[in-house]
Design a binder for this molecule. Structure first.
Ligand code: HEM
Length: 463
């Protein structure tokens, strides 16, 4: 449905990807493989259309940077008034100086130098949270990865705790919230069209609010009082709601993309037992109980890090969206005020000019010995410009250590190997309804507690 360019239709034939399917209606926008084949043909900016919806897809890297960094002209999706009930008074919905000030406030708490001790606490928290993952029946991977990540973000980044029931409810609410925000934003030009499942969305927002309040109340500050929640609390004496809304944004965004990365990682682990074995061997060497705490760094885990980069390359956030505040030009292309402008990261990550065999899942392309050396930054996993992910440094430790800890204690197996996995229509794509077995590893590791059931589990971490 890209109007300029023409050329090949649909996905290029591939041995590796036939089991992932995108929404048929929105496939021309959402399926990175579909868009990638047109990148070379469509020119720097392509006008795309589906029914009444028009969007401008920016293909040229320097124009992508211009749009992504130019927030004075291109409004970020989270600042759109249609999402006000979701963003509230928090920084995610703020713009300009107010947004910059709030981001600057949180920055030291979320910066790499402060996060050196995060590795061991992520390992320990993951082991605790895995006690709640059933061993004897298929698990819903998106829900369980949301539960794992929510627990990790709360315990290790936000320094707080949450009851197991609320944690489980939050994990289930994530997809309703994510899909709800997606549809609210997509349908905002036609306010008379009701967004699907709006009552379920309100209930899920209530769950997110309850979780945020509990995290706020059970927060235990770091000894120096400079962790992120302490900074937010101190800075908003007169407006406690603002701190709660900021915390809510961190909690939701922290779960969203990290859970998606881990869910797709599980999917690929199921398809590639050889990589699962290699990650486990690395995890045993690095995460062992007698390993020094400062050894828990991603640089020590190249197989795991490469696996996550490849998951991001093929399954990461497919595009970012912006809307111009007034009529403008992107390159030579006139773009009307309010039009949807998409930055198609997913397609660039499948550009054959950058990646050999772009449709193939090959984590070894990221190994330190591979030639040419690929740049992880070129994947733009954390976006760009003023909305660049504030949790990037935390995620660089949290995601590999959580994945390695998971593989160290469980063996992930696909329950229905021939089933096509559909990609969900959410802010961050998920393998919709993917179920897998997460059996205790064989032979059983002496370092990992014995099999448990959900009933035996007690993932409440903090008093
Ligand atoms: C694999 C993990 C992650 C990925 C791939 C990721 C990716 C991203 C991307 C691409 C954006 C920019 C969106 C845009 O420009 O439209 C973003 C924003 C954001 N991320 Fe992350 N993220 C991850 C983990 C985290 C974590 C762990 C946290 C919090 C602890 C977090 C908090 C946020 C917040 C609050 C924003 C909004 C920033 C703003 O509006 O100024 N993210 N993330």
């Amino acid at each position: 449905m890209i109007e300029d360019g023409g050329g090949a239709r649909g996905c290029p034939a591939s041995r590796e990807e036939p089991r992932v399917a995108h929404s048929r209606t929105l496939r021309f926008w959402l399926d990175p493989a579909n868009i990638a084949v047109r990148l070379g043909q469509a020119g720097p900016v392509a006008r795309t259309k589906a029914g009444p919806a028009v969007a401008f897809q920016v293909n040229d890297p320097s124009l992508i940077r211009k749009v992504g960094c130019g927030e004075d002209i291109f409004q970020a999706w989270s600042a759109d008034p249609c999402l006000r009930d979701f963003t509230g008074d928090g920084f995610a919905g703020a713009e300009g100086q107010a947004h910059r000030d709030r981001r600057a406030l949180m920055k030291p708490a979320l910066a790499a130098p402060r996060l050196t001790a995060l590795g061991p606490s992520v390992r320990d928290s993951t082991e605790g949270l895995l006690a709640g993952l059933p061993v004897d029946r298929p698990v819903d991977v998106p829900v369980e990865m949301s539960r794992l990540v929510a627990g990790l973000v709360i315990e290790t980044v936000l320094k707080s705790g949450i009851s197991p029931d609320l944690l489980a409810a939050l994990a289930r609410a994530r997809s309703v919230l994510s899909a709800g925000v997606f549809w609210k934003y997509a349908l905002s030009p036609w306010p008379w069209v009701p967004a699907p499942r709006s009552r379920a969305f309100r209930r899920a927002l209530g769950t997110l609010n309850d979780a945020t309040r509990e995290v706020y109340e059970r927060h235990q500050p770091d000894a120096d009082g400079n962790d992120v929640v302490s900074l937010l609390k101190r800075s908003s004496d007169n407006r406690p709601d603002a701190a709660l809304h900021d915390l809510r944004a961190l909690l939701f965004a922290g779960i969203e993309a990290t859970a998606s990365t881990l869910a797709w990682a599980c999917y690929e682990l199921g398809r590639h037992p050889d990589h699962q074995a290699a990650i486990r061997a690395e995890a045993d060497a690095v995460l062992g109980a007698d390993a020094p705490a400062d050894a828990l760094r991603p640089e020590q885990m190249p197989r795991t890090a490469g696996f996550i980069r490849e998951v991001t390359r093929l399954h990461g956030i497919p595009f970012l969206v912006r809307r111009p505040r007034h009529a403008t030009y992107v390159g030579e292309q006139p773009v009307p005020a309010g039009a949807l402008v998409t930055l198609p990261m997913g397609a660039l990550r499948r550009d054959p000019a950058r990646y050999a065999r772009p449709e193939e899942f090959d984590p070894l392309r990221w190994s330190p010995e591979a030639r040419p050396q690929l740049s992880p930054a070129a994947l733009l996993p954390y976006g760009l410009g003023p909305r660049y992910c504030p949790g990037a440094a935390a995620s660089e430790i949290l995601t590999p250590v959580a994945l390695a800890s998971l593989v160290r204690s469980r063996t992930l197996r696909t329950t229905t190997p021939d089933r096509t996995v559909r990609v969900s229509l959410e802010l961050t794509p998920m393998p919709k309804g993917l179920t897998m077995l997460a059996a205790p590893r064989e032979p059983h590791s002496p370092l990992v507690p014995g099999p448990t059931s959900r009933e035996e589990a007690d993932p409440v971490r903090r008093p």
